[in-house]
Design a binder for this molecule. Sequence first.
Ligand code: 5GP
Ligand code: MN
Length: 338
Amino acid sequence: MNSADAGALKTLLSTPKKIAIVPHKNPDGDAIGASLALYHFLKMKGHGPAVISPNDYPEFLKWMPGTETVMIFDKQAEEASEILKTAEVVFTLDFNDLTRVGQMEETLQQLQAPFVMIDHHQSPADYARIRYSDPRISSTCEMVFHTIDALGSKDDITPQIADCLYAGILTDTGSFKYASTSSLTHRVAAFLIDKGARSSEIHRMIFDTNTPGRLHLLGCALNNMVILPEYSTAYITLSQEELDRHQFKKGDTEGFVNYGLTLAGIRLAVIFIENKDEGIIKISLRSEGDFSVNEFARAYFNGGGHTNAAGGRSTQSMEETVSYFRSLLPKHQKELNK
Ligand code: 5GP
Ligand code: MN
């Protein structure tokens, strides 16, 4: 965070404020970790914060300290709207555009309170008074750490804050293995461990949470994988029927898309997941090297994200979506095989 933004934020937080903290829809470990870390930090500094998530999030994140205070806009729209309307500051975490909060967008658009964006996605929109945006940083949690540091408060980090921040860094870096993991990421993680983050236990609570249904669903996904060596591409489909057959719960497909990239020579991995309720195919894309799935998702699937991890959607059937996807590959064959 630059010193001008740090100064502006210090001024904004110089008196106790009612503060709303908003992660993106379908929040992941980074979004929820950043939100709850900021919640604990602001509370400790005498503010009145509240985390309002657009919708629910997976069970494997619900061990995080403060999770019981999170309001779900989908389920508590009236109460959550009231809090948003009376907030004096609104933090938006881990997203770059108000379209990323789903149903909550309209309410956010109408608020007069100043917004503070902390985010690491490319192409940030221009709605925030303070915009701390840096796509080079591993995670929003790492950025929340830098924010606390810029406010001169890193020594005040409690074990609860450390747990939440560590969890988000862990999940957004794929356990410290993605290219976005810098030496500074490791130094921040080390600092958090010194402050009480339970590194090994957090890893266990997030990743060792399989159910028989999820493992069988993974088997089904891997079985469905189509490998296209001529395009250095592998993709997976999961139909609603397949999800139902394996007692699908939110979060169960987390990480499935990454398996494609573990194949030698594969640079683009995609998963298509049918969601009958929403009438869409949700698409997750991952790449290795400089093939930008952010640009690909933006151009073809109404989505976005980062260079190597992005998401999007299609309102066509699974068959049409996959066939459209396959029709795009020849155009990108050169980049994919570079
Ligand atoms: P995932 O595939 O895990 O859902 O998301 C990977 C990355 O892409 C995350 O950084 C997420 O924020 C972003 N992302 C996922 N879905 C969408 C989408 O529909 N629109 C945009 N702009 N970004 C998305
Ligand atoms: Mn993130």
